[in-house]
Design a protein. Structure first.
Length: 171
C-alpha cells in the first residue's frame, strides 16, 4: 500500500553526517534540525523584515536545518540546499523528515522506501512510502528511525531521511 503524500520540489541533497555542534545565540546547538510551524513562512535574504523575501515555504512541519542565529532570526537550509533567514518564532523543535528528497523525480513514478514494523531489513513491510513524503520522527537510534506517516507508524533506515543526522540519536 503506497502513500502518495509527495512534497513538490524536494531534490538535490543526500543525507548528511552529524556535524560537531556549536552553540548559537539561543544556547541551542548549531547546526540542528527543526520544522516549520506554519503553512506560510517567509524565507528572507537577511535577518530582518527590511530584507526582501526570497522564497515562501508553504508546508507546516517541513524540516529545515538551522545553520546560524542572529538575535531572533535563524538562517536555515532546506532539503534542496536553499538558504535564507526566518523569524525564530516560525520554527518548532518538533522533529520531522523528508523521505529520500534527493530521489524525487519531477514527473512520473517516485522511488519508494519501505516502512517496516521493526528496526530490521527483514521486518515485515507496513507501507511503501514515496520519495518526498513528510514524516514525523518519533525516535531514532542512529541507524533506524521510528516515524509516523499518514496513519502508519513504523521504522525506516535513518539514511533515507533528510531531517536527522547520520548516527544521531533522537529520543
Amino acid at each position: 500500500m503506497g502513500l502518495l503524500l509527495t512534497l513538490i520540489g524536494a531534490t538535490g541533497l543526500s543525507a548528511q553526517g552529524a556535524p560537531a555542534p556549536a552553540n548559537g545565540a539561543s544556547g541551542l546547538p548549531l547546526p540542528r534540525f527543526v520544522s516549520l510551524k506554519s503553512d506560510r513562512v517567509n524565507l528572507r535574504q537577511g535577518p530582518g523584515t527590511e530584507y526582501p523575501t526570497a522564497w515562501v515555504f508553504r508546508r507546516a512541519g517541513l524540516p529545515v536545518e538551522v545553520i546560524k542565529e542572529f538575535e531572533s532570526w535563524r538562517q536555515v537550509r532546506d532539503a534542496e540546499g536553499t538558504t535564507g533567514w526566518v523569524l525564530g518564532s516560525m520554527l518548532s523543535g518538533r522533529r520531522t523528515a523528508v523521505i529520500l528528497p534527493w530521489e524525487v523525480k519531477p514527473e512520473g513514478q517516485q522511488p519508494l522506501a519501505v516502512l517496516r514494523d521493526d528496526d530490521s531489513e527483514r521486518a515485515r513491510a507496513v507501507a511503501q512510502v514515496e520519495a518526498g513524503v513528510l514524516a514525523s520522527i518519533i525516535t531514532c537510534d542512529g541507524k533506524w528511525c521510528r516515524v509516523s506517516v499518514g496513519g502508519f507508524r513504523g521504522y525506516i533506515e535513518q539514511s533515507k531521511l533528510w531531517g536527522a543526522y547520520k548516527d544521531e540519536v533522537i529520543k
